[in-house]
Ligand binder design. Structure first.
Ligand code: GH3
Ligand code: MG
Ligand code: MG
Ligand code: MG
Length: 311
């Protein structure tokens, strides 16, 4: 049905299908006091494969949005009892950003000034009622496409492209935000591959890269649910949220021995890799001092014949 509306552009239809696939199962919320308008929008969004909820006014919409962080699109009317569309947009923007939740405001015809104000209050776009079906679909599609693009850009800005792990930039941002939650008991581990220069020298830089990828994938499978980042060439950091030093030590030592026993086979050549690990507590400290502590422990691990965990 949506495609039929857009038969005039092949390229548009292709884009549309791609976005429909991304919309599938994605949650949307319609806030409108008019039953007719509400059910029309619900129906149209369902055609775009959204999972749609409805609210009768701004207050109800706000309640739903506070409970459900998975809602990715809000369509809101302007004139509604108890809380109007502007108030709703302003309130929602206090806890959901423009790159996280798309908002399209709607207002009656002859009130174009109102529509523009939606944007000023933080909506991504607006529509004037009554709208044509095709305009509705285009605006929703474009807004959701922008949200997807931002998500893609964010994802690539936070990933290391060799290993697919989080990068240094993400690690520092995440670590800073975790340290603000003072009540939690966390640990920080810094890992540095032993004599990696020798691996490169012996087997070539290309093989070294392959080895780094494999180390990363071992890290990923060993530390599921924790934040693992590549913070340097052959250096990795793991933030273990809600894990005390005493609990972290055996986890890291198990990884250390798992890695030491792992048989790397790259370009027909077989070798082993070991890692030195420095462990520090990660609560009620500044990020700088936590890093310094972990780094000091790592330095000691290197001094103690490597292939060990020091806390
Ligand atoms: P140590 O046990 O003291 O850590 O010895 P090391 O040789 O691992 O330490 P060093 O810091 O002196 O050398 C790290 C080496 O890692 C140097 C560099 O050539 C290599 N390296 C860093 N990043 C990459 C990368 O992305 N790919 C490859 N193949 N090698 C890298
Ligand atoms: Mg209304
Ligand atoms: Mg190093
Ligand atoms: Mg090293």
């Amino acid at each position: 049905y949506v495609i039929k509306d857009n038969r005039d552009s092949y390229h548009y239809a292709v884009k549309l299908v791609a976005q429909l696939l991304r919309n599938q199962g994605c949650k949307a919320l319609v806030a409108d006091d008019s039953l007719l308008s509400r059910s029309l929008m619900k129906q149209m969004l369902e055609k775009q494969l959204f999972d749609v909820q409805v609210a009768h006014d701004g207050e109800e919409a706000l309640k739903i949005l506070k409970k459900d962080a998975e809602i990715k699109l809000l369509m809101t009317d302007y004139a509604m009892p108890t809380m109007d569309g502007f108030e709703l947009v302003k309130a929602v923007r206090n806890f959901r950003g423009r790159d996280d939740l798309a908002i399209i405001g709607l207002s009656g015809a002859g009130k174009h000034g109102l529509s523009a104000r939606f944007i000023k209050y933080g909506a991504n776009d607006f529509l004037t009622k009554p709208f044509m079906n095709e305009e509705f679909h285009c605006r929703v599609l474009q807004t959701m496409e922008q949200l997807s693009l931002i998500a893609d850009i964010k994802e690539s800005a936070y990933r290391d492209d060799l290993t697919g792990l989080y990068n240094r930039r993400y690690f520092y941002q995440f670590a800073e935000s975790l340290l603000k939650e003072t009540a939690r008991k966390n640990s920080l581990a810094l890992l540095d591959i032993d004599f990696f220069k020798a691996i490169n020298d012996k087997f070539g830089h290309e093989a070294g890269d392959q080895a780094l990828k494999q180390v990363a994938s071992l890290l990923r499978s060993s530390f599921k649910g924790f934040t693992v980042a590549r913070v340097g060439g052959e250096e990795f950091a793991i933030v273990l949220a809600d894990i005390s030093l005493e609990q972290a030590y055996p986890l890291l030592d198990a990884f250390r021995s798992r890695l030491a026993a792992y048989d790397f086979v790259i370009n027909g050549q077989s070798f082993t890799i070991t890692v030195s690990i420095g462990l520090a507590k990660f609560q009620n400290v500044t990020l700088t001092s936590a890093m310094r502590l972990a780094d000091k422990a790592l330095y000691q691990a290197k001094a103690q014949d490597r292939d060990c965990v020091v806390q």
